[in-house]
Design a protein around this ligand. Structure first.
Ligand code: F6R
Length: 257
């Protein structure tokens, strides 16, 4: 795993956007896996600025989001489809038909999940999967105990995640209890994974994911199995890493190689 430690959340967002922007320039038809939540917002803001100021085009890019709340229509202000429109899609030149987010109102969830996986296969797989990490160590909504071989499916959110996400809904009892989420196995098939983590409330999960054992209790630890996983952290999220100095040194030594 490559671990990049930067000064603050602003730098993390900028680093991720530059990385993604470079990929889009190299391969205009790139398939991006995208995340919602607070963490990637600064990255999306920078991508929008790169589109406006530097002509970065997403016209041929295809995207697949990690997850969606069950029971929320796409146009609900709290749906992840709405989030993506507000934070990114409505501000860049990507055709709506090239963006994919699971349908929180799917009537046959099993079939919908199978079809979502099929759509990913049909475009040749995900080139880069952007990820956040839950304070319980989850990636996407793969809560503790999720199989590390899991595929896109229905998942009940853990108490800690409901609590963490209540800030978006105004109160805990309004947070949907179920989500459709890509599985850990689905995520591991992406050619590259880019996980961003900022803030001190992520420091324990980040330490467990990078330096703890591979375990379904911390599904982000599955990235230890991925040959091309990069974790970009701010100082606060990196604060509990035992090997932080080594990661910094390794980055400095390998810069430009
Ligand atoms: C979002 C997702 C989640 C979040 C995680 C962190 O699509 O899959 O795993 O990345 O819950 O959320 P924030 O960034 O809000 O702390």
């Amino acid at each position: 795993m490559r671990v990049v430690i930067l000064e603050n959340a602003q730098r993390v967002g900028r680093w991720a956007a530059e990385y993604i922007g470079q990929l889009v320039r190299q391969k205009p038809t790139v398939v991006l896996g995208l995340a919602t939540g607070g963490t990637p917002v600064l990255c999306y803001q920078r991508l929008i600025a790169m589109h406006r100021e530097e002509g970065l085009s997403f016209r041929r890019v295809r995207t697949f989001n990690l997850d969606e709340y069950v029971g929320l229509p796409a146009d609900d202000s709290n749906s992840y489809r709405s989030f993506m429109r507000q934070q990114l899609f409505d501000h860049i030149d990507i055709p709506a038909s090239s963006t994919h987010v699971p349908d929180g109102l799917a009537t046959d969830v099993t079939e919908h999940c199978r079809h979502y996986e099929q759509q990913i296969q049909d475009v040749g797989g995900i080139d880069l999967q952007l990820l956040g990490i839950g304070s319980d160590g989850h990636i996407a909504f793969n809560e503790p105990g999720s199989s590390l071989a899991s595929r896109t499916r229905l998942k009940a959110l853990a108490a800690r995640t409901l609590q963490d996400n209540a800030r978006f809904f105004g109160s805990l009892d309004r947070v949907p209890r179920l989500a459709i989420t890509m599985g850990v196995g689905t995520i591991l098939e992406a050619r590259q994974c880019l996980l961003l983590a900022t803030g001190e409330n992520k420091a324990s999960a980040v330490r467990d994911a990078i330096e703890g054992p591979l375990t379904s209790q911390i599904t982000a630890s599955a990235l230890q199995l991925h040959p091309q996983a990069t974790l970009v952290l701010d100082e606060a999220a990196a604060a509990r890493l035992e090997q932080a100095d080594y990661y910094r040194e390794a980055e400095a030594l390998q810069a430009g190689c």
